[in-house]
Design a protein around this ligand. Sequence first.
Ligand code: PMV
Length: 351
Amino acid sequence: MSRGHGSPGRVESSRETGDRITVVAPSNIAFVKYWGARDLEAAVPMNRSISMTLRRCVSRCTLELRCPSVPDEIYLADEAGALKPAPDAFAVPVLRHLEQLRRRAGGGVSFRVGARNSFPSSVGLASSASGFAALTLAAARALELEEDPGALSGLARLSGSGSAARSVFGGYVEWPGGEGDDMEAPARRLATSDHWDLRDVIAVVGTTPKEVSSREGHRRASTSPHYAARLEAIPRRLASVRAAVRARDLEALGPVLEEEAIELHLVAMSSRPPVFYWSPATLEVVDAVRGMREEGVGAYFTMDAGPNVHVLCLPGDEPEVASRLAGLAPVRRVIRDGVGEGPSVDAEHLL
Ligand code: PMV
């Protein structure tokens, strides 16, 4: 983890009541998706996944250390940036994760937690990945738990958000969990961000929180008649994505990205009961991306568990892709993101 813009000061060497630790952690976009779990609570996945860590879509998390006799308090920034007591849907998993980290450290302190996302939450833009990565890294520092990135990735996964295990690293990341002898293997870096400057232009078409959580989607995945075929296809896709990243070959990566995105949604829609994460607006964007490609623009789509569309392209095509997406009627906002360096400790505290 890099040091970010400021020094965390005395927090590093001591744990005093009133000390604050802030970590900024990025979201990530999965090229090969984690979908379906062997253990949902601890996010032990059914399959390996590969992602690219983003730069602009980030969560900032400040922990203020308090004496152990008071309960934890969780605050979440609203759209205007004002911290408000977090709703249960946010606070309960955060409290649960803090509790298990504290248990590992043998007790210690209580926390006031402040969290803010730079992008819309719970709409399939992996705010749980960035949020739980930031919380885990800040708490691990506060509790003087782990410093090794692999161990931190393992702790982030315990939040129940598997994709958080990947957001601990910058660049291109593979999470091999769920296989063979080491079912709980942490994520590891495939390539650093400076290996390949890939851009992700995100077409935001929906900002209403999704009705079915990705956790519930994971739970239902195995009820889809297409799920077994998906698991069988994954090793080939992983090999193609690894090779494409290594060779910086977007034309090789793109078709696999799209296959993966379509299949994730196919499995979701054919689960019992079915889950519809995409919307007519999603398909409109997908159509536009295919149209761009016919005109020679190197752009490829992918979606996570939500209606919003990530469009991957090279820096030279980014302005064109962004302006075309912004011109589509259902697109409310375009976020121009790209591969990022990973989490950092920061001195701008929320509390
Ligand atoms: O990390 P979770 O439990 O929110 O699940 C992530 C699921 C996807 O975003 C759809 C795929 C992925 O690998 O990020």
